[in-house]
Write a protein that binds this ligand. Structure first.
Ligand code: FES
Length: 101
């Protein structure tokens, strides 16, 4: 048996408690093409940025671009490294640095 929309609609943006249905509805009805536009429309993505990869996926699916998930993950990782909280830790990580004992 298929679940009803309310049973499968999950909170995607934990910071602002915005569900998948709300985000997808905003993208479709307002023809949104960027995370910033989605944030302005329904607040999703306006906090920690953890949900950005899923918002990107929803935009991509709406636009029927079929970007490989790997590309979305890499783009998201690059953004996180540059401006997210993890960037603080990535800056410390230097793969070629000698191991100290
Ligand atoms: S989970 Fe969406 S901004 Fe934090």
């Amino acid at each position: 048996m298929k679940n009803s929309a309310s049973e499968t609609d999950e909170i995607i943006c934990q910071c602002y408690q915005v569900s998948e249905a709300t985000i997808r509805s905003c993208i479709a009805s307002k023809k949104l093409k960027t995370i910033e536009e989605v944030t302005e429309a329904c607040e999703a993505g306006g906090g920690c940025h953890s949900c950005h990869i899923l918002i990107d996926l929803f935009i991509d699916e709406h636009l029927r671009k079929s970007t490989p998930m790997e590309n979305l993950v890499h783009a998201h990782a690059d953004k996180v490294k540059k401006r997210g909280i993890l960037g603080r830790f990535f800056k410390k990580f230097k793969p070629d640095a000698p191991v100290t004992k």
